[in-house]
Design a protein around this ligand. Sequence first.
Ligand code: NAD
Length: 269
Amino acid sequence: MDKKLSRQIAIITGASSGIGAGVAKSMAAEGAIVVINYPVPAAKDMAEQVLQEIKAEGGTGMTYACDVSKEDQVIKMFQDTIAMFGTVDILVNNAGLQRDAKFTEMTLEQWNFVLSVNLTGQFLCAREAIKEFLRRGVDPSKSKAAGKIICMSSVHEVIPWAGHANYAASKGGIMMMMKTIAQEYAPQKIRINSIAPGAIATPINHDAWDTSAHLQQLLKLIPEKRIGQVEDIGKAAVFLASDDADYVNGTTLFVDGGMTLYPGFEDNG
Ligand code: NAD
């Protein structure tokens, strides 16, 4: 059977760890050529390790250092990827981070830092991707779409999160940016969707599942009573990037074990 993403070039931001690494592996297993983006030289080894694991399974790609909040670096990442592989077919806007603080104690630096990576970074990468999708148009030998973007949002695009106003604002912003550009470019056969993960076991939320007590507390928020794995997100990303999702545009796919189902009401509220 044909692989779902054969020969498609996929840039995955923040792919040296966690969900990004998981998505890169899932997409490579479906035939995509993956660009494993990482932000700083210190993360190079981790990115190379992800690439080696992909190659060991018969996949291919390259690693690429770029801070997604820096316009010149993002433009160069797309130029270099196109020079190397000819085009870009898929962007997974995954890079993200937290700088938590009570709202009255949150510094402007904490606010700006989170917004610059989580939201401005997605804007910069999506803009360069869409320019390339418009230049190339549909290549029917690869996909029915001229290009696909998957924005990594969060359940916190709809669930308020005390102590994390910068993060929640960035994810709410992603939701409206995603919907707006999906509306703007659907006529050109570009599909743009989000994934909203619930709690997925990765470095970003290590403190929430590192001990049995923390995990039990976390599981109270998850009707399925299990923490998510990066493979859960990888499968969703492959679906959204593939022609199986050809009529899916401008929507958020919640992959959260039911976290957004108001679990506080499970037992009659
Ligand atoms: P993670 O910390 O493992 O991954 C984040 C990645 O982003 C890291 O690889 C990091 O190096 C990279 N990054 C940070 N700043 C960057 C920059 N300026 N340029 C490029 N890359 C940068 O955590 P994760 O859980 O895998 O997070 C991935 C995405 O999923 C984030 O957007 C996060 O908000 C989102 N998310 C995660 C969860 C979860 O439960 N793990 C839930 C909801 C949403």
